[in-house]
Design a protein around this ligand. Structure first.
Ligand SMILES: CCCCCCC/C=C/C(=O)SCCNC(=O)CCNC(=O)[C@H](O)C(C)(C)COP(=O)(O)OP(=O)(O)OC[C@H]1O[C@@H](n2cnc3c(N)ncnc32)[C@H](O)[C@@H]1OP(=O)(O)O
Length: 718
């Protein structure tokens, strides 16, 4: 809806009314069309102000409408009608003007914004481009370089930055609406010709082609296969080189291609997934909207290795008073040096002069006795963690929450070591913890709903996408990663090279293939876990079957040869030296693999890219279905958010579960059956019961999976 009111001073006020963000739904567009018509026809109206209800101008087109056939008045002619009015129109931008919302404002003759309002054209993040004239008007107003930056990244800018870029005419710390109303009265009768952006020439530097070509190269590199950023550059090239009407046609043409692409559907799904996971539910029936959370203001981090340092910084950035504890003197002194600098750097990156919270350092556990929440980030060793949880249980206040940053150990076991199992929960951060968006909140069988709610809320304050998951080995993310890396190792045994596997995965859109990733995180991480699980180490037979299933000892042998990855300058690739970053193929690895295959009588074969991709991805996806079946994740959106925000899954492919739906569940099932026949000793290839049920149910859309899982669980069929 949009309302019309005639105010004193002959100003017509058009208010967009569609909470919570005043998205431009069909009803809102129809309301604006009517209100504009009244403004044209009513001789008492001398000028017009457009604003949004509840201090939010407009969050853009209604994304939910993109899923079905479009109805209602289209946005492009509506904005043209506003621009063509011969009475001045002022946009009063409070809160936000995003996407179609900003495009609407660009059709107005003047824009007045609050200094803190968020402005931007984030369509690219939804797999689209600003197709209501945004690609044509913005470069005419702010210049081609600024338009390229804003439109291809979709970044939000403040009212203050918008003023610097010339996108708004005035900013205020007071009421943008009040200023706009006064301003609208003062400009009655002023000529509007120079205020109609579509009639102005594009503001371009002299070397347009050079600029666009350079930009296109950068965008293609960053896009990792995403179509929208490339299309945005195409639309801006049209703005720079063609008259407005032709540019607009090009904008529409490119939008049509994007609109119907799988990528746009995937990115819009990812947008809603991010919001769905905030609305968590636990098998007990506790939910985000029926559970109260505590507000935490003091916290402690135990263990100041890489993870602990990042966590301390993330907490301080969220305004917390943090006690950082490290018992090893050398590590403590390094942390004292490095952490404040990390904090300052990250605060600066977020546009803050100083961090809102503080960090104090100490070496004794006694110093955490008064905090409200503790996050343990010590070495991944169960015995060590158990001892620590026993101590914390004795030292801390009885209502202090005890959290573990373990990446896969049993939360219930840790809880059982304390006198307060209900207050124990996993907080699995991803490195670097002050930057990576994902937080897996691991709910033990005895974690209380209030504990989960508090930690989910804390994650949100830290700017994380917090996903509640169940307590199983590896939780969700690492549990799915295991069959994926395992397949990659099997592929090496069968004839592939690390760079070949990585190339296929990087072409799919991962920032790094599995072997480059392993070199980065260190091959010894998995080695330690496999040793603890009794899969390798002294006394274990060096066969290719362990604990009853196929096993590849290749990574263990790499570690035994001292090839731990970047940290030793040698891993699956070679580097310039220890700590080197640039991966180069290593003939040593070829010789090593040849010798290994010869020892085990394995004939190397040529493996097609399709097989590499399918075996790696479908084994990971199959584990995802098992996780859903076991109730360790509430829905496919949770898994997909974990993979997009924590594991580099290309966002324009939605996430592993969404991808399965795009490929076709029946096809994924058929391929898993095929590979299982070829490799019957590889358990993760055995198709999950849930996948079979979904296929039997006619492969419903992903939005219906939760319902089916719930139904099948009630009838004990899963
Ligand atoms: C050929 C056709 C031509 C058509 C041309 C069309 C060109 C224009 C395209 C567009 O405008 S695409 C949309 C561009 N806008 C955006 O991308 C903004 C998306 N929203 C956000 O980034 C955030 O929601 C926000 C606006 C910054 C607000 O964040 P906040 O944290 O305050 O709230 P949220 O929890 O994110 O959202 C609350 C609630 O609102 C829903 N929602 C938000 N934006 C939209 C939207 N544009 N359309 C529909 N729904 C929206 C969001 O999903 C939440 O809903 P619930 O989860 O509470 O149900």
């Amino acid at each position: 809806m949009a309302t019309f009111s005639l105010l004193p001073g002959s100003v017509a006020l058009i208010t967009l009314t569609n909470p919570p963000v005043n998205a431009l739904s069909a009803a809102v567009r129809a309301g604006i069309v009517q209100a504009v018509q009244r403004s044209v026809e009513d001789p008492k109206v001398k000028s017009v102000v457009i604003c949004g209800q509840n201090g939010r101008f407009c969050g853009g087109a209604d994304i939910r409408e993109f899923a079905g056939p479009m109805s209602g008045p289209p946005l492009v002619p509506l904005i043209h009608a506003i621009e063509a009015l011969d009475k001045p129109v002022v946009a009063a931008i409070e809160g936000l003007a995003l996407g179609g919302g900003l495009e609407l404002a660009l059709g107005c003759h003047y824009r007045i914004a609050h200094t803190t309002a968020l402005l931007g054209l984030p369509e690219v993040t939804l797999g689209l481009l600003p197709a209501a004239g945004g690609t044509q008007r913005l470069p005419r107003l702010a210049g081609l370089p600024a338009a390229l930056d804003l439109i291809t990244t979709g970044r939000h800018i403040s009212g203050t930055e918008a003023l610097e870029l010339g996108i708004v005419d005035q900013v205020t710390d007071g009421s943008a609406l009040d200023i706009a109303l006064e301003f609208a009265k003062s400009i009655v009768g002023r000529p509007l010709n120079t205020r109609r952006l579509s009639t102005l020439p594009c503001r371009c530097p002299t070397d347009i082609d050079n600029l666009l070509d350079r930009f296109m190269v950068q965008v293609r590199q960053r896009a990792r296969g995403a179509l929208a950023p490339v299309a945005c550059v195409g639309a801006l090239r049209a703005a720079a080189t063609l008259p407005y009407a032709q540019g607009l046609r090009k904008e529409r043409e490119l939008m049509d291609t994007l609109f119907n692409s799988g990528q746009a559907r995937a990115l819009q799904y990812a947008f809603f997934s991010q919001r769905v996971v905030g609305k968590w539910t636990l098998p007990s029936g506790a939910r985000w909207d029926n559970t109260t959370s505590r507000t935490i203001s003091t916290a402690a981090v135990i263990g100041l290795g890489t993870m602990g340092r990042g966590i301390a910084v993330a907490l301080a950035l969220a305004g917390m008073s943090v006690v950082a504890v490290e018992t090893q003197e050398k590590q403590l002194s390094e942390a004292r040096q490095m952490v404040p600098a990390m904090l300052q750097r990250e605060a600066g990156r977020r546009g803050l002069d100083t961090a809102p919270g503080v960090i104090s350092f100490c070496s004794s556990l006694q110093d955490v006795s008064e905090v409200e929440l503790v996050i343990e980030a010590v070495f991944e060793d169960m015995a060590l963690k158990l001892q620590l949880f026993r101590q914390l249980s004795a030292v801390c206040k009885p209502d202090t929450l005890l959290c573990s940053n373990t990446s896969g150990l049993d939360i219930d076991q840790l809880a059982a070591a304390t006198q307060r199992p209900g207050l124990v929960v996993g907080m699995h951060f991803f490195a670097p913890a002050h930057i990576m968006k994902l937080l897996e909140v691991v709910c033990g069988t005895r974690s209380s709903p209030e504990t989960v709610a508090t930690v989910m809320q804390l994650g949100k304050r830290m700017g994380k996408v917090s996903v509640a998951v169940g307590n199983c080995p590896g939780f969700v993310g690492n549990r799915m990663l295991k069959p994926y890396t395992e397949q990659a190792n099997f592929l090496l045994e069968e004839g592939a090279m690390p760079e070949q596997v990585d190339k296929v995965l990087e072409e799919f859109g991962f920032p790094m293939g599995v072997f480059r990733m392993s070199d980065l995180s260190g091959l010894d991480v998995g080695w330690r876990i496999r040793k603890a699980a009794g899969l390798t180490g002294p006394g274990v037979e060096p066969t290719r079957t362990r604990q009853g299933r196929r096993y590849s000892p290749l990574p263990d042998q790499m570690c035994e040869a001292g090839r731990l990855g970047q940290k030793t300058g040698r891993g699956w690739y070679q580097y310039d030296g220890p700590g080197g970053r640039v991966a180069r193929s290593d003939p040593w690895v070829q010789t090593f693999l040849d010798a290994y295959r010869a020892r085990h009588n394995l004939a190397a074969r040529v493996i097609a890219a399709e097989e590499i991709l399918e075996r790696c991805l479908y084994s990971l996806i199959n584990e995802g279905f098992k996780i859903l079946q076991d109730g360790m994740a509430a829905g496919p959106e949770d898994i997909d958010a974990i993979y997009v925000f924590g594991y580099g899954w290309p966002r324009h492919r939605g996430g592993p579960m969404f991808h399965a739906g795009q490929v076709g569940l029946a096809r994924v099932l058929e391929k898993l059956e095929h590979y299982q026949q070829l490799h019957p000793d590889v358990a993760p290839m055995k198709p999950s019961m849930l996948l079979r049920r979904l296929v039997a149910a006619g492969s419903p859309p992903i939005q219906k999976w939760r319902e089916l899982i719930h139904r099948e669980r009630v009838h004990s069929q899963l």
